[in-house]
Design a binder for this molecule. Structure first.
Ligand SMILES: [Zn+2]
Length: 422
C-alpha cells in the first residue's frame, strides 16, 4: 500500500462528524472522491464508482495533528544510543511512525530527530506513517539542552549519539548569530520543514535552567529571518523566563512547553499570532514517575516544582486568546501510539472538549500551514480521518489505546475496521 496513490472514493452513510465548532453532528453522509472529501450532508447521491459504506453508529473525526513529537529519539539512555547502529535507529523510527499513525495521528510535526529522508520514505509509501513535517535537528548552544555532552574520564566524548552523525547532517550545537545563520541554511538545504530552537533547558535540568535563556535574542532573530526567507517557520522550546518573550518577539510560530507562561507572554503571543504547544501528556507521565520514586534527586525535585503548574499555561493562553495546538512530545519507544492522551490532558488544563478536539485537528493544521487542506472533515479537505465506535465523551477514552478503530490517510484505509472493510 502506498500513501501517494489516488485515494479511494467512498461514501460513509449516517456517521456523526466532528464539525467546525468542535461538536459532533447528527448522522450525515460523507462522500470522499479520490481521497478528498467532496460532500457532507444528508442522503448524498454519489456515482456508482463510490463504495457505499454503512457507518451508522460510528463517530468520525479529522486525523489528529501532533505538532510536537520525536519519532527518531527512541531512548533517553545515552549508553544504549551510543551502542545503536544508525540503521537500527532509522528502522526503529519507522516502527514508531507506524504506531503513531495507527493511533490516529495523520500529520506529525517532528520536533527534532527525523530527517527529510524519513519524511520522503513515508510520502513515497515505503513505510506507513503520518504525513511528516520535519525539523531534522533541534538547535541549541554548546552546553545547552540537546547538547548531549558526556563528561567522562580521558574522554572527549562525541555528542553525536543524540542524533547520530551521517554524511550531510548539519551540526546541532550553535554559538552566535553568524553560526546560527550558517546552520539554519544547512538545515534548510538538508530539507528541514521547520527550524527547532532550544531556548531554555529541559524540565528535568538542574539549577535555574528552566528560566535561563540559553539562546540569545539575536541568535533567535537570525534563525527566524533565515527560515522566513525560505518560507519556513521556527518552533521554540522554552519553559519560561525571558526566553519565551524573546522567542515571540523574534517571530517564532510556536512556543513549545511554556510551563511557566506569564500573562504578559500570553498577551504578546496573542498579538503576534504565536501558537502554544503545551505538551502536557509527557509532563504528567514524568510527574507520575516522580511521585512513584522513579526519578533521581534533582530531576524528582524539578518535577515536584512543575507538577502543580501543569495546565496553568493553557488556562493563561486561553484567557489571552492564544491559539493552542496539540503536541505529545513523545519520543521514547514506550510512548508512541498513545499520543491522543494529550486530548484529555488539554481538557484537564481548562479547554472545553470542543476546544481540545479542535486543538488536536484544525489548530494543528493551521500551525502546520495546511488549513483548508487538512484538519477538517469538509469539502476540499484531504480525507485524513479517524473512526471511533463510541462517543468520545470527556475524552478520557484516549488515555488508553483502542478508542480509534480505523484511520484513513488521503482516503486510504490505514487500519482495518469490521464495518468499513471492503
Ligand atoms: Zn520535544
Amino acid at each position: 500500500m502506498t500513501s501517494t496513490t489516488a485515494g479511494a472514493s467512498l461514501v460513509l452513510r449516517a456517521v456523526r462528524v466532528l464539525d467546525e465548532a468542535g461538536g459532533f453532528t447528527g448522522p450525515v453522509d460523507v462522500a470522499v472522491t479520490d481521497g478528498t472529501v467532496s460532500a457532507v450532508g444528508k442522503d448524498l447521491a454519489v456515482r456508482p464508482s463510490h463504495r457505499d459504506v454503512d457507518a451508522a453508529g460510528l463517530w468520525l473525526m479529522p486525523g489528529i495533528v501532533d505538532c510536537h513529537a520525536h519519532p527518531g529519539l527512541p531512548s533517553f539512555d545515552a549508553f544504549e544510543l551510543l551502542r545503536t547502529p544508525l540503521s537500527l535507529r532509522t528502522l526503529e523510527s519507522a516502527q514508531a511512525l507506524r504506531r503513531t499513525l495507527e493511533a490516529g495521528v495523520t500529520l506529525l510535526r517532528d520536533a527534532g530527530g527525523v530527517d527529510a529522508g524519513v519524511r520522503d520514505a513515508v510520502s513515497r509509501g515505503y513505510v506507513p506513517g503520518p504525513h511528516l513535517q520535519v525539523s531534522v535537528l533541534p538547535l541549541g548552544p554548546t552546553g545547552g539542552h540537546g547538547d548531549g555532552f558526556l563528561a567522562g574520564p580521558a574522554l572527549d566524548c562525541t555528542t553525536d549519539y543524540t542524533v547520530p552523525d551521517y554524511p550531510g547532517r548539519p551540526p546541532f550545537t550553535v554559538d552566535g548569530p553568524e553560526e546560527m545563520r550558517k546552520v539554519v541554511r544547512l538545515l534548510l538545504r538538508s530539507g528541514a520543514d521547520w527550524i527547532k530552537l532550544m531556548a531554555t533547558a529541559g524540565v528535568l535540568a538542574s539549577g535555574d535552567g528552566m528560566f535561563t535563556a540559553e539562546l540569545g535574542a539575536e541568535e533567535m532573530a537570525v534563525a527566524v529571518a533565515e527560515a522566513t526567507r525560505r518560507g519556513k517557520g521556527v518552533m521554540v522550546h522554552a519553559l519560561g523566563g525571558p526566553a519565551v518573550r524573546a522567542a515571540v518577539e523574534a517571530g517564532a510560530r510556536s512556543v513549545e512547553h511554556a510551563v511557566f507562561l506569564t500573562e504578559q507572554d500570553a498577551a504578546l503571543m496573542a498579538a503576534r499570532g504565536c501558537t502554544l504547544v503545551p505538551t502536557l501528556a509527557i509532563y504528567h507521565e514524568l510527574a507520575a514517575h516522580a511521585s512513584a520514586g522513579e526519578l533521581a534527586g534533582a530531576a524528582a525535585e524539578r518535577m515536584a516544582q512543575v507538577a502543580p503548574k501543569l495546565g496553568e499555561a493553557v488556562a493563561i493562553a486561553r484567557a489571552a486568546g492564544v491559539p493552542v495546538a496539540l503536541g505529545s512530545d513523545f519520543g521514547h519507544r514506550d510512548r508512541h501510539g498513545r499520543n491522543l492522551a494529550e486530548l484529555y490532558y488539554l481538557t484537564k488544563a481548562g479547554l472545553t472538549i470542543e476546544e481540545a478536539l479542535l486543538a488536536g485537528t484544525a489548530e494543528g493544521a493551521q500551525l502546520c500551514g495546511v488549513a483548508g487542506k487538512r484538519g477538517r472533515i469538509a469539502p476540499g479537505h484531504a480525507f485524513d480521518a479517524i473512526v471511533l465506535d463510541e462517543d468520545p465523551g470527556d475524552l478520557s477514552c484516549f488515555l488508553q489505546t483502542g478508542a480509534v478503530t480505523a484511520v484513513f490517510k488521503d482516503g486510504v484505509p490505514m487500519s482495518p475496521h469490521p464495518h468499513l472493510a471492503g
